[in-house]
Design a protein around this ligand. Structure first.
Ligand code: G6P
Ligand code: MG
Length: 218
């Protein structure tokens, strides 16, 4: 049966995209160009360094590697200031309930996030103890759609990838889960996340029975 569930963070457990947006927009504006919500959408699941490269490209600006490092650090300082004010009310609907019921059912849980700030965020919203393992951006070298972050999660839990279910809101993350040989639940739109084994609007639509049905399908 199902041995473990591995969760992406941003857009699945909490909605930090709004804070990333504010921080990137402030940086873009300081550099003299605009940054839109539509562009922010394209950065979901994308690492900090890669996000900056894309933003500089959209703004038509070139920076040295050293300057890019400084800009990424500046953006992260604003972002960290904002996430330090996060509260448990910011946990997305159904997330806490699902984590609780997985624990009650003896199914292990891990976080698999590209964010280097994942641990702080889980701590601030009060659900760090509900994860048996946390794999974040500090522990991986290859970005999603590479399956590394999820494979490390399975390894940390001591379970086989084929016995894991991944929860993801980004296309690259869905692809990473599939590449790792895991079942994947997409959180969002069917039209965007069609590669997932199941797509739902949010974790409130998921319970142990839906996961068991999914796991036993195909
Ligand atoms: C997640 C978010 C991305 C973010 C990345 C790195 O994948 O969806 O928008 O760029 O994490 O986050 P960090 O906190 O390390 O800058
Ligand atoms: Mg995400």
């Amino acid at each position: 049966g199902i041995a473990a569930c591995i969760f992406d963070l941003d857009g699945v457990i909490v909605d930090t995209a709004v804070y990333h947006f504010k921080a990137w927009k402030r940086l873009a504006n300081e550099l003299g160009f605009n940054f839109t919500e539509a562009q922010n959408e394209k950065l979901k699941g994308v690492s900090r360094v890669r996000s900056l490269e894309l933003i500089l490209g959209w703004g038509g600006i070139e920076k040295s590697a050293e300057e890019q490092q400084e800009l990424a650090t500046r953006k992260n300082e604003w972002y960290v200031d904002m996430i330090h004010h996060m509260t448990p009310e910011e946990i997305l609907p159904g997330a806490k309930e699902l984590l609780d019921s997985l624990r009650a059912a003896g199914i292990k849980t891990a976080l698999g996030s590209a964010s280097k700030n994942a641990g702080v965020i889980l701590d601030k919203v009060g659900i760090l103890p509900l994860f048996d393992a946390v794999i974040d951006g500090n522990m991986v070298s290859a970005s999603k759609p590479d399956p590394e972050v999820f494979l490390k999660g399975a390894e940390a839990l001591g379970v086989a990838p084929a016995q894991c279910i991944v929860f993801e809101d980004a296309i690259a993350g869905v692809q990473a889960g599939k590449a790792g040989g895991m079942k994947v639940v997409g959180i969002g739109e069917q039209s965007v996340l069609g590669e997932a084994d199941l797509v739902v609007g949010g974790l409130q639509e998921i319970n142990i029975q839906t996961l068991t049905n999914l796991f036993n399908s195909k």
